[in-house]
Design a protein around this ligand. Structure first.
Ligand code: ZN
Ligand code: ZN
Length: 492
């Protein structure tokens, strides 16, 4: 299993993820996506949007604003209930979640060993004196305050006056933007149940204990669907909400599998009664085997009619759907598949990372799905001192870049250039060499062909330069290497 440290270091070295405001010492658990990170992130969002919104006849999209009417958060329960119990150290001022104190390693000055300092594993007593933790786990000296409820929403003010009437919050989830627009979307798009609204956007939670790189951060991006169903409908002998809940669980699992996550690293976790949110009929998490252990990749919840009913109550609007067949108004039930973009990115990164041995040398390779790879194709000149080779390589890159993410690199010898592209997961490299352009001094004619190299097998094929865009397009579109190669062989 790849360690988180290995990934963090690769991400920084190769321009995927940087610590936010690093030159000022960093901002707690905020991360910036670098040139390759933003490409990877955009591609994840693009395929998700394409697969779940654009290609489905029963889905539409939305982009609601981050700042919303403060009553939204009253109705949703976030103002009153989106809290964690917190304790503070009176000595070092560190703050802890009261329910996580026993899961934290603790500092202890042991009276049985002349006050020597020990760091003792979470939940264990001191092996010298048998004492258990009562003081601050961080400094080992301070008393802790009694628990207080701490709201996880970021508070801010609309307009120039910092007064209570102007208070609002950065949204802690994108879902509410969909619920408050239910009627707008349903009526403007003339939708019949069942239908869904999807949204990708930033959300903010003032987590007390964020961490594990981009796994838990205070600012993050969600890919959410609210799928509205008629609770009175029966599908395949079952209530529609239960049927669609299962369908969404299957579809989400299949989606992550399709883009490369291994079946052995994915599992379903059903919330039991204790874990279940008060509005939820059933919630299943999709868990991934991250370097920190099995953890939530996404959740798929049956939120019933809770949200629409609450918003109806607080806004005075009906928020119902007229069932033409039964001639009755119903409040739809909602199935909510909710995924984090950052977590998906981390999972794809973990899954893609490989260290291999190639001819006695270590090769680091990110085996991204070709549609997710930050760079789709790199164009490399074999000799950078030959103007015609460099010119041809630039021209091919320019052509390719109209269709896919293409880069040019000539800052090292070819072997090194290949390794660099492997390390960032570029599925194909195109090399322009002497034969491509010919050598007049030696009387060698140009063959007009370039070499395409496959990242995973490291196999190569010669392709006419005029066909590179088509061939790379076919490969990225999922056509098998052997088939493309055979076709090139037949036609040239
Ligand atoms: Zn302390
Ligand atoms: Zn002790």
């Amino acid at each position: 299993m790849t360690s988180m440290d290995t990934l963090v270091s690769l991400c920084k070295r190769r321009g995927f993820v940087f610590q936010s405001s690093e030159i000022y010492g960093g901002t707690g658990s905020c991360w910036d996506y670098g040139p390759l990170g933003v490409e990877l992130k955009n591609k994840i969002k693009h395929v998700w949007w394409r697969d779940f919104i654009q290609q489905r006849a029963d889905m539409v999209g939305l982009d609601a604003s981050i700042l919303m009417h403060p009553m939204v958060w009253k109705a949703s329960g976030h103002v009153d209930h989106f809290t964690d119990p917190m304790v503070d150290c009176r000595e070092c001022r560190h703050r802890f979640r009261a329910d996580q104190l026993e899961e934290t390693a603790w500092v202890h000055y042991c009276p049985a060993t002349k006050g020597n300092k020990f760091t003792i594993p979470a939940g264990e007593p001191c092996s010298h004196c048998g004492a258990r933790r009562t003081l601050c786990p961080d400094c080992g000296k301070g008393e802790l305050t009694p628990p207080r409820q701490f709201n996880l929403m970021f508070k801010t003010f609309i307009g120039p006056v910092e007064e209570d009437a102007a208070v609002t919050y950065l949204r802690p989830e994108t879902a509410q933007g969909i619920f408050v627009n239910f009627e707008n979307v349903q009526q403007s798009m003339r939708r019949k149940l069942p239908f869904g609204i999807g949204q990708i956007g930033k959300a903010f939670r003032n987590e007390i204990t964020p961490g594990n790189f981009i796994f838990r951060t205070r600012e993050f991006e969600q890919m959410e669907v609210e799928y509205f169903v008629n609770p009175h409908d029966i599908v395949e002998g079952r209530p529609a909400d239960e049927y669609w809940h299962d369908r969404w669980i299957e579809d989400c699992l299949a989606w992550f599998r399709r883009y490369g996550l291994g079946a052995e690293n994915l599992r379903l976790h059903e919330h039991d009664r204790g874990e279940l949110a008060h509005y939820s009929k059933r919630t299943a998490d999709l868990q991934y085997r991250f370097p920190i252990g099995w953890s939530e990749l996404m959740g798929i919840a049956n939120r019933t009619d809770f949200d629409l009913k609450e918003h109806a109550k607080f806004s005075g609007k009906a928020l119902t759907y007229f069932d033409e067949e039964r001639k009755e108004h119903v409040v739809p039930y909602v199935i909510e598949p909710s995924a984090g973009v950052d977590r998906a990115l981390l999972a794809f990164l973990v899954e893609a990372y490989r260290e291999e041995e190639v001819r006695g040398e270590k090769r680091v390779v990110l085996r991204f799905h070709p549609e997710l790879a930050p760079v789709s194709v790199a164009v490399l000149p074999l000799l950078k001192k030959r103007d015609d080779i460099v010119r041809t390589a630039h021209a091919i890159r320019d052509d390719l870049s109209r269709h896919v993410t293409a880069v040019y690199d000539d800052t090292a010898a070819i072997g090194r250039l290949y390794r660099r592209q492997d390390e960032v997961g570029t599925p194909y490299c195109v090399t322009v060499d002497v034969q491509t352009v010919g050598d007049t001094d030696k009387g060698e004619a140009a063959d007009g062909k370039v070499t395409i190299r496959d990242r995973d097998s490291m196999e190569q094929m010669r392709v006419p330069a005029s066909r590179v865009v088509t061939v790379v397009g076919e490969l990225l579109g999922g056509k098998r290497w052997a088939d493309v190669s055979a076709q090139i062989g037949r036609s040239s």
